[in-house]
Ligand binder design. Structure first.
Ligand SMILES: [Zn+2]
Length: 299
């Protein structure tokens, strides 16, 4: 698109959909929804530096990333004096040809995004949505609530640190205890963040098993979230042992969503996790065993 001076921001790429980026279009739409004046023209937006757009909410987390993304797109715009004109960027003439589109499609190497991995996972839709929120950093942990002017305490319900996504799911001693069970049962080193789960966490493992192990990680994250909510909202105390049993309960239910050949494996993994968890927590008690030892627990 060649942008003329009368071009409205409402039409500027907010809802553009690229085949490799579902997230992209959604985030820009989210920005558009909180823009104060949706009828400004691109010329008005670019009339000042920084660009003349204001929002009704603070730009933090995913919205802030989206804003930077938008700024880089605005930076590439050269306004012309005339009307908006569609121009095909894959040919020098600016005219569409099937040949140029075919070559672009054949040579595009769009990496598989974390979103795709989540949406393709064989898990319930509500857990996919939760994982998607986790990836975008917008799950309503207390730090995210505080950014929305929530007046409550920011403290983690399991310890004295402030609750953030990284703390609650990976760094808190409560979460670390549950990941320790996974480590002892499987020799997998615990992931350090949501990004790590989709990044280098499972380097060296075949893609087929990576997908299955991630389902286990989703189940554990989901269980941690449910136990945290039970404590925060219903004052129901939970132990890491309960998190593991909630996790295996989910995995047994989700096993029917997997390919038939993997279902026995899921059930065997659940049994192994429960055995390790029982031994781990009954021997040591979760408060006292936060160090991860060698995988010495036998089946
Ligand atoms: Zn904590």
């Amino acid at each position: 698109m060649v942008h003329g001076r009368g071009h409205k921001i409402a039409r500027f790429s907010w809802k553009i959909t690229r085949p490799d980026s579902f997230n992209h279009s959604t985030l820009l739409s989210a920005l558009y929804n909180i823009a104060r004046d949706k009828n400004n023209t691109i010329a008005q937006v670019l009339s000042s530096s920084p660009p003349n757009i204001s929002f009704r909410r603070d730009l933090v987390g995913a919205r802030l990333m989206s804003w930077h993304n938008l700024l880089s797109r605005l930076d590439r715009i050269n306004l012309t004096q005339g009307r908006d004109v569609f121009r095909w960027n894959l040919t020098t003439s600016g005219s569409f040809t099937v040949d140029s589109m075919y070559r672009a499609l054949m040579h595009s190497e769009a990496p598989e995004s974390n979103n795709k991995k989540i949406w393709k996972a064989k898990i319930p839709l509500k857990v996919k949505i939760f994982m998607w929120y986790l990836c975008r950093g917008v799950v309503l942990t207390k730090d995210n609530l505080a950014r929305r002017n929530w007046p409550g305490s920011k403290k983690c319900c399991f310890c004295t640190h402030n609750e953030t996504i990284k703390h609650l799911f990976f760094q808190c001693k409560f979460a670390r205890s549950t990941w320790s069970v996974i480590q002892i049962a499987s020799n997998l080193y615990p992931p350090t963040s949501v990004a790590n789960i989709f990044g280098h966490w499972l380097d060296g493992i075949s893609n087929r098993f990576k997908t299955l192990i991630r389902v286990g990680a989703y189940a554990l994250l989901w269980s941690l979230w449910l136990c945290r909510n039970a404590l925060v909202f219903n004052d129901k105390n939970a132990s890491p042992l309960q998190v593991i049993f909630r996790c295996t309960h989910s995995l047994r239910m989700w096993s029917i969503l997997q390919r038939a050949e993997y279902q026995p494996l899921f059930k065997a993994v659940c049994t192994r996790l429960e055995q390790v968890a029982m031994k781990f927590f009954t021997q040591h008690g979760w408060q006292h065993n936060l160090r991860i030892g060698p995988p010495t627990v036998s089946t």
